[in-house]
Design a protein around this ligand. Structure first.
Ligand SMILES: Nc1ncnc2c1ncn2[C@@H]1O[C@H](COP(=O)(O)OP(=O)(O)OP(=O)(O)O)[C@@H](O)[C@H]1O
Ligand SMILES: [Mg+2]
Length: 223
């Protein structure tokens, strides 16, 4: 079943009234439960594409159908709602909130989703336990290693049980061994929960863990 479908998606940015095309007509389908590596040179449009798939940005033209829902027909509130429910994000620089503890960071998406305090704390603890950090729940991001911060970020991405995780260079700031353990953690989510994973990477080893590789070059998919 197609969970993500892009039809001739184009994206351009306007700078000083000059239109710069970034995505030039991307069509792709990602089935439920797939693990996809998205690779391509710097500036080729990987993050731009991920932002569209993650409903953080909208295409200039073309269609995006997420879980049978045409996203272009939705208003801002509906898009925010669907993003909160369907998508978990993992970034290269972890993007944790510095003034919140690990536990509070994981709770945050559940606050937005309206989950009650008690249930939220329990679920956040459960998730930290799952990523191997139950003994670090009260630590602030600066008190955690890079790999530990990325584990917290993954726990946070899982908070609302999303069917899709989008990871933009999740191992890009980590050493090889730590990066490998983060990839193993992400793949275990696919195993256990059937989570669909799309992972942007420059690293061929990381891409080799994924069952399918999609290559983007100059705003178009190749091969
Ligand atoms: N908000 C924006 N306004 C104008 N141009 C943008 C904007 N965001 C991205 N671009 C341009 O779009 C192109 C693609 O950027 P994008 O971040 O998607 O590349 P990328 O493939 O993720 O690169 P990298 O591997 O370096 O992260 C770049 O040329 C960039 O300058
Ligand atoms: Mg990028």
């Amino acid at each position: 079943m197609a969970l993500i479908e892009l039809r001739d998606v184009k994206k351009s940015y306007k700078l000083d009234s000059i239109e710069i095309p970034v995505l030039k007509g991307i069509s792709m389908i990602v089935e439920k439960g797939e693990v996809v590596a998205l690779v391509g040179p710097s500036g080729s449009g990987k993050s731009t594409l991920m932002n569209i798939i993650g409903c953080l940005d909208v295409p200039t033209s073309g269609e995006y159908i997420l879980d049978n829902i045409p996203v272009q027909n939705m208003n801002r509130d509906q898009i925010a709602h669907i993003r909160n429910k369907k998508i978990g994000f993992v970034f290269q620089n972890f993007n944790l909130i510095a003034r919140l503890t690990a536990l509070e960071n994981v709770e945050l998406p559940m606050i937005y989703a309206g989950v009650g305090r008690k249930e939220r704390k329990e679920r956040a603890m459960e998730l930290l336990n799952m990523v191997g950090l139950s003994d670090r729940s009260g630590h602030y991001p600066t008190q955690l290693s890079g790999g530990q911060q990325q584990r917290v970020a993954i726990a946070r991405a899982l908070a609302n049980n999303p069917p899709i995780i989008l990871a933009d260079e999740p191992t890009g700031s980590l050493d090889t061994a730590t990066g490998k353990s983060i990839m193993e953690l992400l793949l275990s989510l696919n195993d256990k929960f059937g989570t669909t994973l799309i992972i942007v990477t420059h690293d061929p080893t990381v891409a080799s863990y994924c069952r399918r590789t999609v290559r983007i070059k100059d705003g178009l998919l190749v091969e």
